[in-house]
Design a protein around this ligand. Structure first.
Ligand code: HEM
Length: 182
């Protein structure tokens, strides 16, 4: 049920969100370079702070997106509500979730190298769980595309269950990195 006009509108709003996300990453890189220049010997805690800020943004999006899918399931195909959900989902993914994941990975890997030389059972377990989180991210991105094309076939109950997966992974990841139990 699509014609070229809504498609063009969708593409331009998606492009805008992506352009803003790229601009935000560039600004962050410049600020990070500045902090590194001013505090070359004390950069680790700054990198950890940026990592945690990015984690919060990534998790906020990963917890909100499946919730949007639950409500989207109740909106009839072609209705104004359904079209609004599509815009919200696309912008959330492109402007928040994707860039936040990139920043989390870049700074997480740097911390793991600089602080721990990639050693430690807790770190290996954490990276494995973050890979699982990234796989959920990929699954949700594919779902955004399916909803945008009115091809979602999963019921609201499915998205309610999917909503719990990032929550459980996040709890395990935070315990591993803070407690470092092994
Ligand atoms: C992308 C892969 C990731 C890697 C390689 C990574 C690695 C690390 C490392 C090495 C630290 C520093 C630990 C320390 O100095 O004691 C750290 C801090 C932290 N990470 Fe990650 N991380 C990743 C993703 C995540 C994710 C997805 C979450 C949460 C869902 C997370 C939550 C945290 C928290 C809360 C801290 C601060 C811990 C503290 O200061 O006690 N990280 N991360």
């Amino acid at each position: 049920m699509s014609n070229s006009k809504p498609d063009a509108k969708r593409d331009s709003s998606g492009m805008q969100a992506m352009t803003r996300a790229i601009a935000a990453i560039l600004v962050l890189l410049v600020l990070t370079g500045l902090v590194f220049w001013v505090y070359p010997d004390n950069f680790y805690p700054w990198a950890k702070a940026i990592h945690v800020i990015a984690v919060i943004a990534w998790m906020a999006g990963m917890l909100y997106l499946p919730r949007l899918f639950v409500y989207h399931c109740a909106a009839p195909v072609g209705s104004p509500q359904s079209e609004t959900f599509k815009v919200m989902e696309r912008r959330l993914l492109r402007a928040i979730i994707n860039p936040a994941m990139i920043v989390t990975w870049v700074f997480g890997l740097w911390l793991a190298w600089k602080g721990f030389a990639f050693q430690g059972g807790w770190l290996h377990a954490k990276i494995a769980l973050v890979l699982a989180m990234s796989a959920v991210h990929g699954y949700l991105s594919a779902a955004v595309r399916r909803f945008a094309e009115d091809r979602n076939e999963k019921p609201a109950r499915h998205w309610r269950i999917v909503n719990e997966v990032p929550t459980l992974l996040m709890i395990a990841i935070v315990i591993l990195v803070v407690v470092k139990p092994f």
